[in-house]
Design a protein around this ligand. Structure first.
Ligand SMILES: Nc1ncnc2c1ncn2[C@@H]1O[C@H](COP(=O)(O)OP(=O)(O)OP(=O)(O)O)[C@@H](O)[C@H]1O
Ligand SMILES: [Mg+2]
Length: 411
């Protein structure tokens, strides 16, 4: 049975922490900033279920410390924010069986919002239904009333066709152009290179969420690495020896759980039709099938499409023609494959090389989207977002002097 969506009470005076209220509200949650014992008392006296974000500094404040309400707070699911150098102990015990998680400040509001969502799910409460964006494309995708985010699998039958490039730019585009909560997953567990492409180094990885049979829900937001675009990234395990220990079922389950925390989960696959990829394709809401305009790729893509039809995945597939301006032309390709090219991405060797060398995305390198490659990638983002691209933000717009400025100055 679906449980109620709780109110999030943010007990803090720290302006940075208080910003999380806006991030949670944007996700459809009710969040309130509470800065005095009286306000907290009033908020707790309502019948609504609550979860608490408690700033440890405020809890140590005399006014709060003496108030009995803190006892009540500790009986509710609580995320405790501790000072940068404080010792962190997970204090759930027989005396205090409630859910209590600890997180160190400073913490970005997007990351804090994720931790709050994990707390809500761990408490057996529900998150608001993700708003299904209106689909631009005519394809009969069923994104319906599912409360989980969309799962887009970027797949190809041939290595080196551009999956990682497209997946990384897609995730960065969704986060930076559309401001949607996006997770990019490296499902190439042995040789994934998203960390290199995006210049991210971290010991955090998918191993943290699938090294065990039953991954802890709180481990999910802790395992991801934030990227400058605003997207989160789940990297492949840093140690190749740990890949063997990964339980593929746990990896697939973890991705399903992440769908409760993010509006879009983008998965970059290895070019293989193994058990992992078959499971990912099965769970996906959309498959971006990347093909390059050459005979070998075309032949095997046709074979894959035949299989996808038998598995019932063909309705989810959108064909992306990478390096579209070379080799076999798009008309011949779509005639052979029997499905339309949803997006074409031109070959842009020099810019792509620069982006890879700098560990950045095309949207960061070309924010005004002047280059054809950036426009093509933005069209892929638009396809997955399901709505028209937001206009380019010219950096000088806000700074452009008003023709009336001299009036203001002399007033
Ligand atoms: N449209 C493009 N224009 C120019 N270079 C591109 C383009 N797409 C991809 N590349 C380059 O081609 C190479 C392979 O791309 P990428 O790593 O994205 O492929 P992949 O399908 O993920 O490969 P793998 O199967 O090994 O994971 C990279 O060097 C990338 O920079
Ligand atoms: Mg790749």
């Amino acid at each position: 049975m679906a449980s109620a969506t709780p109110t999030v009470l943010i007990v803090s005076r720290d302006p940075e922490v208080k910003q999380v209220a806006a991030a949670l509200q944007a996700d459809g949650l009710t969040a309130r900033n509470v800065a005095s014992p009286r306000e907290l008392q009033r908020a707790l006296n309502t019948k609504t279920r609550s979860v608490i974000v408690l700033d440890d500094e405020l809890a140590a404040d005399d006014a709060f410390a003496s108030a009995e309400i803190l006892e009540k707070v500790h009986s509710l699911p609580t995320l405790v924010l501790v000072a940068p150098n404080a010792e962190m102990l997970n204090q759930s015990s027989a005396d205090n069986p409630s859910i209590e998680e600890f997180v160190r400040k400073p913490i970005a509001s997007t990351v804090l919002a994720l931790r709050v969502k994990a707390l809500i799910l761990a408490a057996g409460l529900s998150l608001p239904t993700v708003k299904a964006a209106p689909v631009v494309e005519q394809g009969p995708l069923d994104l319906s009333s599912d409360s989980r985010g969309e799962l887009t699998v970027v797949f190809s039958v041939k290595g080196g066709s551009g999956k990682s490039t497209i997946a990384a730019n897609l995730a960065a585009g969704l986060a930076s152009l559309y401001s949607v909560q996006t997770l990019l997953v490296d499902a190439n567990l042995w040789f994934g290179d998203l960390g290199v492409l995006l210049n991210l180094t971290s010991s955090r990885s998918s191993f943290d969420v699938c090294g065990t049979e039953d991954p802890d829900l709180f481990a999910l937001p802790k395992a991801v690495v934030p990227h400058a675009s605003g997207a989160s990234v789940l990297l492949r395990p840093p140690d190749p020896l740990s890949v063997e220990k990964i339980k593929l079922r746990s990896f697939v389950d973890a991705i399903e759980r992440y769908r409760s925390l993010y509006e879009h989960v983008i998965v970059d696959c290895a070019a293989a039709l193994d058990e992992l990829n078959l499971d990912l394709l099965e769970n996906s809401t959309r498959v971006l099938l990347v093909v390059t305009p050459e005979m070998g790729a075309l032949h095997n893509t046709a074979r894959f499409l035949g299989l996808a039809e038998r598995l019932g995945h063909n309705r989810k597939i959108s064909l992306v023609l990478n390096r579209a301006n070379s080799g076999i032309n798009a008309e011949d390709l779509q005639r052979t494959l029997g499905i339309p090219v949803a997006c074409g991405v031109v070959s842009a060797g020099k810019m792509m090389l620069e982006a890879v060398n700098e560990g950045t995305t095309l949207f960061a390198m070309d924010p005004l989207r002047k280059e054809r490659i950036t426009q093509d990638l933005a069209a892929v983002v638009e396809l997955v977002a399901g709505r028209a691209q937001p206009p380019v933000q010219r950096r000088d717009d806000s700074r452009r002097a008003s023709p009336l400025r001299f009036l203001r100055r002399s007033a």
